[in-house]
Design a protein around this ligand. Structure first.
Ligand code: NAP
Length: 215
């Protein structure tokens, strides 16, 4: 079954953006960018891919799901289809006008469940925090780019989700010279997986904690 992957950048204290919604404090230079520009190039916006002369690899994601507040800055910049190489789905509780290439959903949980039944590559949960809170039970994998900054305040990774501990199994943590750490976890679901997900039918992978370079 296709996975829903929350691939997102955070501060050390778990904020995905500052209180105004900006995240330009996160470093965009350094050796961790090889992961961003290579492994996760499918998650780069179309205008960034064009500027860098990169073709989307089409290996990681074929669909992106985002909340309205995550699309809104692109709209304000005149970009109504930020990820034209992906199937784009935006969640809103309102009737909003969107570009033909973007699908609006009022029920992102049902939409994601339906998408998971289709064949294809993984579904990227772009964010933001409020949508991630709604989709938390559907998240199969977390890929967190943890930046070496404490924000103190901002938009949390899971918005205002209520306290409800949910186990995730660490798969890897890659530390970079830039001091960014990319952590990956898979959802640890009780009772295995009737749908045949290989992650659930085999023993949990042992965590591999890899410091790719020492300072
Ligand atoms: N650091 C990163 O990697 C990263 C990634 C993504 C986003 N961000 C940042 O995160 C911020 C946005 O996060 P956010 O938490 O404020 O907002 P968000 O989750 O992007 O969007 C919230 C909006 O999405 C819609 N929505 C959310 N849950 C829904 C549900 N269950 N059903 C239907 N519609 C739903 C609603 O839209 P309506 O109001 O239209 O009803 C809601 O107001 C932005 O500043 C963005 O730049 C950062």
């Amino acid at each position: 079954m296709r996975e829903l992957v929350y691939y997102v950048a955070t501060s050390v204290d778990g904020y995905i953006a500052d209180p105004t919604g900006a995240f330009d404090a996160f470093p965009v230079e350094g050796d961790h960018m090889a992961v961003v520009l290579d492994e996760y190039a499918d998650a780069l916006p179309g205008h960034v891919l064009r500027a860098l002369g990169i073709d989307p690899p089409g290996t990681r994601f074929d669909t992106v799901v985002m909340g309205w507040n995550t699309l809104a800055p692109a709209l304000a910049a005149g970009i109504d289809s930020p990820y034209p190489h992906l199937r784009q789905i935006v969640a809103s509780r309102q009737d909003r006008d969107v570009a033909p290439a973007v699908t609006l959903t009022h029920d992102p949980v049902a939409t994601v469940r339906a998408l998971k039944k289709e064949t294809g590559r993984s579904i990227w949960l772009c964010g933001g925090g409020e949508l991630a809170a709604s989709l938390l039970p559907e998240i199969d994998r977390l890929v967190i780019k943890r930046n070496p900054l404490v924000f103190g305040a901002g938009i949390p990774l899971f918005g205002r989700a209520p306290y409800a501990p949910r186990p995730f199994t660490p798969v890897s943590a890659r530390a970079f010279r830039s001091d960014v750490v990319i952590e990956e976890y898979v959802a640890a679901r009780a009772g295995g997986n009737a749908g045949g997900d290989p992650r659930q039918s085999s023993p949990s992978p042992a965590p591999t904690l890899t410091a790719c370079a020492s300072r």
